[in-house]
Design a protein around this ligand. Structure first.
Ligand SMILES: Cc1ncc(C[n+]2csc(CCO)c2C)c(N)n1
Length: 223
């Protein structure tokens, strides 16, 4: 069920994070929210609530990507991160605006959504890692946040939704472009982590597992 469309070195740091975080990772990829989203049966209020939180998550995520761009150790890496920032500002933002309107979320709620506990916890974690300016730490968060989404988005055993609010969210998390981006993130993390001291690598793994646990809590918060 959690077979990933990516190539992961078996002894690498990504495999360690997925291994030590296997229980919450599997629970997230097989979450009721994911199953209902792919089957097209997720209730409108659950999807709307999730999207209102994710929009606030995404603002922190943008800062994370921006800091990764600033902290990257190579100009070629900065270009890849810059392209992904542009994609996020276009496709992702368009999906949110269209879907929240289609789900009937009033404009004032869209402008001033409630901030729930796990969303706030995610924002705190992302802000901490941004403040560290550590490229390996920034990459750990990005890898978990993106690859975990690629893993559920690539599931083909749960059906295919038809409503644009459902299908749009699935399509943002699968396919060749998103897979290439995730593979680049993994390769980049593996490259950078290989130069870290073993004790630092252990801290990176722990940070990754904490991020996986928050991803699961984020789905629990929605459904
Ligand atoms: C809680 C939460 N975790 C991860 C993602 C995944 N994600 C964040 S930004 C983005 C666009 C591509 O970079 C994707 C796929 C999410 N949306 N919400």
């Amino acid at each position: 069920m959690t077979s990933t469309p990516l190539t992961l070195p078996t002894d690498g740091i990504t495999a360690r994070i997925r291994g030590e975080g296997a229980t919450p990772w599997q629970a997230a990829v097989d979450h009721r929210f994911v199953r209902e989203l792919l089957a097209g049966t997720v209730p409108d209020d659950a999807l709307a609530g999730y999207l209102l939180q994710d929009q606030q998550f995404l603002d922190g995520f943008l800062r994370l990507l921006g800091q990764a761009l600033a902290s990257a150790d190579a100009p070629a890496s900065r270009l890849v991160l810059a392209r992904q920032l542009g994609m996020l500002a276009d496709d992702e933002q368009g999906y949110f605006e269209d879907s929240l309107a289609a789900l009937g979320v009033p404009a004032d709620v869209r402008r001033h959504p409630p901030l729930l506990g796990t969303t706030a916890a995610f924002q705190t974690l992302m802000a901490e890692v941004v403040a560290s300016r550590s490229y390996p730490r920034l990459l750990v968060l990005l890898v978990v946040m993106e690859v975990l989404y690629l893993d559920w988005g690539s599931r083909t055993d749960l059906g295919e939704p038809t409503r644009p609010e459902h299908l749009g969210w699935v399509e943002l998390h699968r396919g060749p472009d998103f897979t290439r981006w995730c593979q680049w993130l993994v390769d980049e993390l593996e490259r950078v982590a290989a130069t870290c001291h073993p004790a630092e690598r252990g801290e990176l793994v722990a940070l990754g597992v904490r991020t996986v646990e928050l991803e699961l809590a984020f789905f629990d918060q929605a459904r």
